[in-house]
Design a protein around this ligand. Structure first.
Ligand code: MG
Length: 292
């Protein structure tokens, strides 16, 4: 099931994507949560109730609604993994913007935060003016949504704690990332975390290892990589985090980007007003954002 947060005139609410339609499930069952955070944190059984409501739910054309980020306010800031693909780690090391690490390939997952206040939905503009250094870059990534509290979980059981998957563009102000050796500032300007267009439930998405991701800027393919190339896979990342912290339902993890970001080019190809960035993951859809 593909779940969206949408709005068409009244307040934002949960819908189910059905091709080019959105099924307005809360219109036929007003006991359903009205936010996807409410769905993710609800007791078991809520997905079955949404499924039951879908067939009778009124359909609205996707083109007639505003699709927000599926989780505009997730649980905490977005947790992100750095340098999690070998070829991206190499291009980052070669770019001169990596002020933090001596080693090219990390021996342990690199984890950083990305402010929840930077989240926007598909079609909303990335405001490049929020990066005063003019070095705004894209990073297409798979996003993981935690659905069941995770603490000290074994990698073998880690995927049992995943509610579903989304797409994240980990937009980055490269000069700020380099200046403030910790990455939080360079990763967190307002609008620098496009997320969406939907959350695909884990049962429908299936095997992460068989999916691929493409980032297209102004129609030109910049990134095209297999999610199977992650250095630290999703079970390892969840196990690593949950060894020391409680991952509560609604936590979002951006799992790292592959090669082909703007600083991988010589000279770097930063985003400029007028650009459009599309990130597509098989089985989820396309997250599309203009740059202003
Ligand atoms: Mg990233």
């Amino acid at each position: 099931m593909k779940l969206v947060t949408f709005e068409n005139g009244s307040s934002a609410r949960v819908g189910v994507l059905d091709g080019d339609l959105v099924r307005d499930v809360t219109a036929v069952d007003d006991s359903l949560p009205t936010s996807l955070l409410g769905v993710v944190t609800a007791a078991d059984g809520v997905l079955d109730r949404i499924r039951q409501a879908t067939s009778a739910a009124p359909a609205v054309a996707l083109g007639d609604v505003t699709v927000h980020a599926p989780l505009p306010t997730p649980t905490g800031d977005v947790i992100a993994v750095g340098k999690n693909y070998p070829d991206h780690a190499k291009e980052f090391a070669d770019s001169g913007f990596d002020a933090t690490e001596k080693e090219v390939l990390p021996s342990h997952p690199i984890i950083f935060g990305k402010s929840g206040s930077s989240i926007i939905g598909t079609a909303a503009p990335i405001v490049s003016g929020n990066d005063p250094t003019g070095t705004t870059d894209y990073e297409g990534e798979l996003g993981v949504v935690i659905g069941r509290e995770a603490r000290s979980v074994d990698p073998a059981n880690a995927l049992d704690h995943v509610f579903g998957f989304t797409i994240i563009n980990d937009v980055t102000a490269r000069e700020l990332q380099s200046m403030h050796a910790q990455w939080f500032v360079g990763k967190s300007p307002d609008t620098f975390c496009p997320m969406g267009p939907c959350i695909v439930t884990a049962d429908e998405f299936g095997d992460v290892g068989s999916a691929s991701l493409r980032t297209v800027v102004n129609g030109e393919v910049r990134q095209s990589y297999a999610l199977a190339d992650m250095i630290f896979d999703i079970p390892t990342v969840i196990a690593t985090l949950s060894a020391v912290m409680t991952l509560r339902p609604g936590v979002v993890i951006a799992t790292g980007t592959g090669p082909g970001v703007g600083i991988g080019f010589d000279p770097p190809r930063f985003l400029r007003p007028g650009d459009v960035v599309d990130v597509t993951v098989d089985g989820i859809g396309t997250l599309s954002n203009p740059v202003v």
